[in-house]
Design a binder for this molecule. Sequence first.
Ligand code: UGA
Length: 472
Amino acid sequence: MSTICVIGTGYVGLVTGTCLADMGNQVTCVDIIPEKIERLRRGILPIYEPGLEELVERNVQARRLHFTISYDEGLDNCDFIFVAVNTPTGTSQGGADMRYVESAARSIAEKLDHYAIIINKSTVPVGSGDVVSRIIRSNLKLPAIPFAVVSNPEFLREGSAVQDFQNPDRVVLGSTDQEAAHRVAQLYLPLRAPIVITDLYTAEMIKYASNAFLATKISFINEIAQICERLGADVKEVATGMGYDKRIGRAFLDAGLGYGGSCFPKDVRALAHMADEAGLHPQLLHAVMDINHDQRRLVVSKLIAILGSLRGCTIGVLGLAFKPNTDDMREAASVDIIRWVTSQGAIVHVYDPVASKTGREALEREGIRMEDICFCKNAYEVAEETDALLIVTEWNEFKSLNMLQIRNSMRRPVLIDGRNIYEADEMNRLGFIYRGMGRGTGPAPTVLPPGDTTGVLEQTQQETLGLEVSKQ
Ligand code: UGA
């Protein structure tokens, strides 16, 4: 059993601290925001993460997990100090903002009175471990106190973070002090995962390279999707066919609206920035970002291709969160899409199973006119009297909707499936004009002007689409 202090009770800190406590360690989580700590003590979590609430409760009751705003209390007698504060994009060029990491390092230095290993979990630019060491050394209250710094990047996904912590594909540790790295490795031994021990810079780079590679896979399949759509192939089947090749793998080959969230966008930007600063020209990373941005625009183009103008239209949006099983709205595709759709003069009906509150806040922050947005109670309410329905987040509950009921309640039966959760044939049979992402199996774009659903389609097209054009 070790005594551990975790600095930062965001999503990484809270999951790490709680899971380490669950492994039998004594863990104290420190945060500088008193209300957050107060709420955590009452069992109220700042984030939605499946399984986490129960785990926090269990470990608090077992007196293995504690929350405090006091560094003195957190650092008291601890063997390990995990730094898990956020590193948002700080500069207009995409560089990481190190402010919170630096201030955590200073606070540790001011309070540390015994040997401890400082483990950095935050995603920091390559070389930051040295910066942290320097800050601590130059601010130590008791200058003779020895300490070690180890980089231990996290690979948790939001929505499955607890499961990911408990079953990691690998644990990466980097340090100039190999003995310290091996002591941290002991903490992770019960997880029975491969442990890679390397130098500090390499460990920091493994994190960026991993996220950038996954983002590249997504942009790659999205580019293939665009080609599929034009040439008449189906990207979903292309991905399946590719995925069986062990060298490729099926994961992260879902074409759609591209990546969002607090990690991929920020980390690809930061890596490109580091490369630029080093005098390199990271062409691939820039292409990955460009393709990702274009995917979001593409759904709005699809809408316009079918509806003509969006002025006066009502568009239904299913899903706000950047991906399912989270209420996180950071860099969510929904924000851009809603901004563009409303700026074209449309009204939006929206529903998300978990992210309605955070979604509303995010849209407000972005300066989107809230009068143009109606928050609904469920997917069926969203669809009512809409000119088109847009699937933005692939929540499970959107995968088994009564689509006939949905179609019958819409003003015009247009379905843009930004996450490819439905099949074109089936949706066409139900009378939808269906467009997926990269699924070149549907008929060519059809223009339906707003308010006029009759006489626009050729008779043959109506038959192919099974569309009830005289529904109004
Ligand atoms: C990501 C990584 O997967 C984690 O390993 C890493 O620890 C984390 O970033 C981080 O750096 O903190 P996360 O952002 O939670 O995790 O989400 P992912 O599940 O990786 O999805 C990221 C985005 O890619 C989502 O918007 C998702 O919709 C999109 N995506 C994912 C696709 O568009 N297609 C896919 O095939 C997979």
